[in-house]
Design a protein around this ligand. Structure first.
Ligand SMILES: Nc1ncnc2c1ncn2[C@@H]1O[C@H](COP(=O)(O)OP(=O)(O)OP(=O)(O)O)[C@@H](O)[C@H]1O
Ligand SMILES: [Mg+2]
Length: 347
């Protein structure tokens, strides 16, 4: 499916969430950003160490999952969309694992570049009695070898020719150099492909040219320079980000208060959270931008896209760890048919 000129950005007047979710299978989203391996060590604590005032964790299980931008891609795939991935991995065993895991989950790693001399970013969480005891990170934040970034940009430009939306997931781990972002955004604009950004302040101007940004409350406060203490301050912050980035919409995610969508043409739309049982909020932001990216790819009206994304986040916070949501679970939450046990997505 190659595209010649800039695509038409007519909004699909889909008011039926079931129709929107059904269309996810027709589109492809390119996710670009920092690729992370999320390792979890699960254990039990029954004593304090005699060596230092720290708990001794008896590890009983271990798991490894795609994190960062790769988790956004996993969310898109789980919802039924086609997805390709761009980012850097190290020339180590974990980098090989990221590629293999992409293959297993049907994520196309077409723009995953191996950066010589670097290690793959890895976050390890030790969890005991449902609580995180410590997290340790292994990462290289220095500049990658010459040529790495130009290979990265080239691979992204190549894939841009066939995708319906781009999602940029910035975790400030060094993949998204300003030159790479600039080239990606201008090429996307030229082709009429919408770009959504999950930002990492204090970076700000580098996101200019995006169609939609999805900061959480704290990020929105940093980006706007406005302390967000009430709804009026939130409205001022939303407007300020819209104007300064000259983007089309700002979706501020507000944890237990749901989310608020700011756009140029319409009044702010507030959507309360749908979550009933909250177990683990890790990665809820990834689910939001993944779902919103898919909606943008099928050109759904943004207020509906926000409602659908909020429903997806409401499901994922009820699961443990870096989890994902299936299309059937999403439909059930939106009032369509109910999800059966087999539909539940835990992969
Ligand atoms: N405690 C909570 N209770 C109910 N819903 C929640 C809660 N936390 C998050 N959510 C849902 O998840 C969405 C995104 O959460 P949040 O605003 O915390 O994003 P985030 O800080 O980017 O998350 P993260 O970076 O941890 O992935 C919210 O808009 C809401 O729908
Ligand atoms: Mg976030």
């Amino acid at each position: 499916m190659s595209r010649r000129g800039p695509r038409k950005v007519a909004v699909v007047p889909a008011t039926d969430p079931a129709e929107v979710v059904a269309r996810f299978a027709d589109v492809e989203v390119l996710v670009v950003g920092d690729l992370i391996a999320d390792r979890f060590l699960w254990g039990k604590v029954s004593r304090i160490s005699p060596e230092a005032p720290v708990p001794v964790v008896h590890v009983v299980d271990e798991s490894l999952r795609l994190g960062g931008a790769a988790n956004v891609a996993h969310n898109i795939r789980a919802l039924g969309g086609r997805v390709s991935l761009g980012g850097l991995v190290g020339d180590d065993a974990l980098g090989g694992w990221v590629r293999e895991e992409c293959g297993r989950l049907e994520i196309d790693p077409c723009a995953v570049i191996t950066a010589a001399g670097r290690r793959t970013t890895e976050k390890t969480r030790v969890v005991a009695q449902h609580q995180q005891v410590v997290r340790f990170d292994r990462e290289d934040l220095g500049d990658p070898a010459p040529g790495t970034m130009s290979a990265f940009s080239k691979a992204l430009a190549k894939r841009l020719a066939r995708v319906d939306a781009v999602v940029i997931s910035d975790y400030a781990k060094g993949s998204l150099e300003p030159s790479v972002l600039k080239q990606l955004m201008s090429e996307a604009r030229r082709r009429g492909v919408p770009v959504l950004v999950d930002p990492k302040p204090p970076r700000f101007a580098v996101y200019r040219g995006a169609s939609v940004v999805t900061p959480n409350l704290k990020e929105a406060a940093t980006m706007s320079g406005i302390e967000i203490g009430d709804e009026r301050a939130l409205a001022r912050a939303g407007r300020k980000i819209l104007e300064s980035l000259r983007c089309e919409a700002v979706l501020v995610t507000r944890a237990e208060d749901g989310m608020t969508l700011f756009s140029r043409a319409a009044r702010p739309v507030h959507i309360p959270t749908m979550a009933r049982d909250v177990f683990d909020v890790t990665g809820a932001g990834d689910t939001v931008i993944g779902t919103f990216g898919l909606c943008e790819a099928v050109r759904v009206e943004r207020a509906l896209a926000a409602r659908i994304s909020n429903a997806a986040a409401g499901i994922v916070v009820g699961k443990v760890g870096t989890a994902v949501v299936s299309g059937a679970e999403l439909l059930a939450a939106l009032g369509g048919r109910s999800a059966t046990k087999e539909d539940a997505c835990t992969a």
